[in-house]
Unconditional design. Structure first.
Lengths: 105, 616
């Protein structure tokens, strides 16, 4: 085995963390619902990456199984999210999430 | 046999319900028929009961049903007629009927004719329950019922707020006494386990030795109820103000029947009172003090009805005095004769007031002897009986009371002397009234002389006031026999002579004016004394200063209600917290997400750095 090929787990996890933070920042900063959904996808994929890196490190298949699960959850989430998006657009005439704030106070 | 007794109070109650339910929409003639008819039918039933009682010579009873049955406490709705009850029944329905007939004309011009008769019928019904009850609890129902009717009828002309105030005063002051009476009832029940008169008395006699403290307290509490209802010291202040009601009401409720309920209560429970000499002496003291105070006050008054009101207080004082010295039968006898002559006086006063367009001031009256002969003769006979002139009804009853007082073991001669002084004052103030109102020059021209519906009851009552002294009331089986009267020859002569002296004094001062008292009444001391007596020994001032004003002050201080404030404080704190936390609900999705992340990060950070993290 060529050792130079092995990527240390820390690098993988760091990448996952950076991705997660980028996604989180997108959720918090963006007002467009589509972009928020996209940011959520990035966060989910960051989680998936962390699972795979950990699975590869310990040499077990559980990490990949978890990624499958996350993929299916992401699919479901996107379908629900897109449905909500359509409703928001129909009601408020825009995709600005801050417009949907009637439940304050 | 005696199954119809329950109808006696029921018929006036039906009359009340009929008049009440029709809301005054009936024509006045029909109202009078219902109002007077219900009492008349009760009177007929009382007559039937008397015949049955006097032939059988034993108490009648009529049990209807068990009122409550809980934990050994099962008072019955049960009526009981003995000689004492029968006397009361006759007075209530007899005098009540006459007053109802009189009012059917007296109140004819009133727009609330139907309401008046409905209240009067309710009153008669409650009063009949009071005297028919065979247990204290049912008696209390009637007791409160008459209190309610007294309130309603004193404030009958409620458009004038002064009448409303008088009604409230009457209600609240008697309620003070009623509270004492209720506590007395609880005490008797706790110790004796029953409120039925016969078993209760038997239990009291077997359980308590003479003069036991608990017994004395129970008796004094019952006395508290009696002084409230019967307007005796220290709760007599409501009766003069109660004259704000229509005159027939004053005659029926505040002279003949309701105010004597206290006398009836003590007479009914006399066997318990006999066990406590202290309580009996208190009864006598209260009676003696009240009769003297009220007599002095009556001399100075100038409102015709207030003079009669104070005279009522004074005469009930005589009844209490008689109860206190153990002259039970004399007390009930005086109750009956007083009902006759005082109802007569009130109704005659009503006739005068009616003819003079609601004039109450006796100094604006005068010379009415020729103009209103029926009222004059009624007043003369009533006053003679009130003053206890020989051979009138009041003479026999008051004479018996005074002689019994003299024989009393405790302070007998003193009580007798007080009663005698009271009798002197009584004859002075009653004939002062007669001389000022009916003699001298005419000051206000009378109009609309009373019709026969008002004259007829007056004539019947005149007859009763004259010969009522010869009626023998059937109470020998109820009360223990009086000890043989062995009165001193001199005492037996002085006692009846005093009223005649009083009439002579009144004649000299108020009619012939041969004795001039103006120099004395205009002196500084005379004026002060006059004012003091006029205000009824400053009793109203006393209550006003020491009870009403401090209470009003406390109510004013506590305007915000301190107890309520405690509860409101809790609510206010919760509202404040709500106002604070409501700020976090912005409705902004991104804020929520940010806060969630922050919270999660905090929890993870705590888990990591607290060293508790024990990852596998």
């Amino acid at each position: 085995m060529n050792e130079a090929v092995v990527i240390p787990m820390e690098h993988g996890l760091l990448l996952a963390a950076i991705l997660f933070l980028i996604g989180l920042l997108g959720v918090l900063v963006r007002r467009n619902i589509i972009l928020i959904l996209m940011s959520l996808e990035i966060m989910l994929n960051a989680c998936g990456l962390a699972f795979i890196v950990a699975g590869a490190h310990w040499g077990i298949a559980d990490g990949q199984i978890m990624f499958m699960l996350i993929l299916s959850i992401a699919a479901a989430e996107v379908s629900v999210g897109l449905g909500l998006l359509l409703q928001v657009h129909r009601r408020f005439g825009s995709l600005d999430i801050d417009q949907a704030s009637r439940m304050r106070g | 046999m005696a199954d119809y007794i329950y109808l006696i109070p029921l018929l006036p109650l039906i009359g009340f319900l009929l008049l009440f339910a029709t809301l005054g929409k009936l024509p006045k003639a029909l109202v009078a028929v219902v109002g007077v008819g219900s009492v008349a039918s009760s009177a007929v039933l009382v007559l039937l009961t008397s015949v049955e009682f006097l032939t059988l010579r034993e108490p009648l009873s009529n049990t209807l049903y068990t009122w409550i049955n809980v934990g050994g406490f099962s008072p019955l709705v049960s009526f009981y007629v003995d000689g004492l009850t029968l006397t009361m029944l006759s007075v209530i329905t007899g005098v009540g009927l006459l007053i109802h007939i009189y009012s059917s004309l007296f109140m004819l011009d009133d727009k609330d004719y139907s309401r008046f008769f409905s209240y009067m019928n309710l009153f008669v019904s409650a009063m009949l329950v009071l005297v028919l009850a065979d247990n204290l609890l049912l008696l209390f129902v009637g007791w409160e019922g008459v209190g309610l009717c007294s309130y309603l009828l004193v404030g009958f002309w409620h458009e004038d707020s002064a009448n409303g105030a008088a009604a409230r005063k009457a209600f609240i002051v008697t309620r003070v006494g009623d509270t004492a009476m209720a506590i007395g009832m609880f005490l008797l029940f706790v110790h004796l386990g029953t409120l039925d008169f016969a078993p209760m008395t038997a239990a009291a006699i077997s359980q308590w030795p003479e003069g036991s403290p608990t017994l004395t307290i129970a008796c004094l509490l019952l006395l508290g109820g009696a002084v409230g209802k019967s307007a005796q010291l220290p709760l007599q202040i409501w009766l003069p103000d109660a004259m704000a009601g229509p005159t027939p009401v004053s005659a029926l409720i505040h002279a003949a029947t309701m105010v004597t309920a206290g006398v009836y209560l003590i007479a009914r429970t006399h066997e318990i009172f006999l066990l406590s000499p202290f309580a009996l002496n208190t009864v006598a003291t209260v009676g003696a003090a009240t009769l003297l105070m009220a007599a002095f006050t009556a001399i100075t008054q100038h409102d015709i009805k207030r003079i009669l009101a104070y005279s009522t207080i004074s005469q009930i004082g005589y009844m209490f005095l008689a109860l206190g010295v153990g002259a039970w039968a004399s007390s009930i006898f005086h109750l009956m004769t007083h009902a006759f002559f005082k109802a007569l006086l009130f109704l005659a006063a009503g006739a005068v007031i009616y003819s003079l367009h609601h004039e109450h001031n006796i100094f604006k009256m005068g010379g009415l002897r020729k103009k209103l002969p029926v009222a004059f003769w009624s007043f003369l006979i009533g006053s003679a009986a009130l003053a206890a002139l020989p051979f009138t009804s009041g003479f026999y009853s008051k004479d018996a009371i005074l002689l019994a007082a003299y024989e009393n073991a405790w302070q007998g001669p003193l009580l007798w002397a007080i009663g005698l002084l009271g009798a002197l004052l009584t004859s002075i103030y009653s004939f002062r009234l007669v001389f000022i109102v009916f003699f001298g020059e005419v000051k206000t021209e009378p109009s609309q002389p009373a019709g026969w519906l008002m004259a007829a009851p007056l004539l019947v009552l005149c007859l009763l006031a004259l010969v009522g002294g010869f009626i023998v009331i059937p109470v020998m089986d109820v009360f223990p026999a009086a000890t043989g009267p062995a009165h001193d020859g001199l005492i037996a002569i002085i006692t009846p002579a005093v009223p005649i002296i009083g009439v002579a004094i009144a004649y000299l001062i108020f009619l012939s004016h041969s004795v001039d008292i103006s120099t004395w009444t205009n002196s500084k001391m005379g004026k002060t004394l006059n004012r003091f007596w006029f205000s009824h020994w400053a009793m109203d001032w006393f209550y006003d200063t020491f009870i009403v004003k401090p209470y009003a002050w406390m109510a004013n201080v506590n305007r915000m209600d301190i107890v309520d404030w405690c509860y409101n404080f809790t609510a206010d704190v919760i509202r404040l917290l709500h106002e604070l936390t409501i700020q976090s609900q912005t409705g902004q999705l991104r804020t929520y997400a940010g806060v969630m992340v922050l919270g999660l990060a905090t929890i993870v950070a705590i888990a990591l750095f607290s060293g508790g993290g024990t990852a596998p």
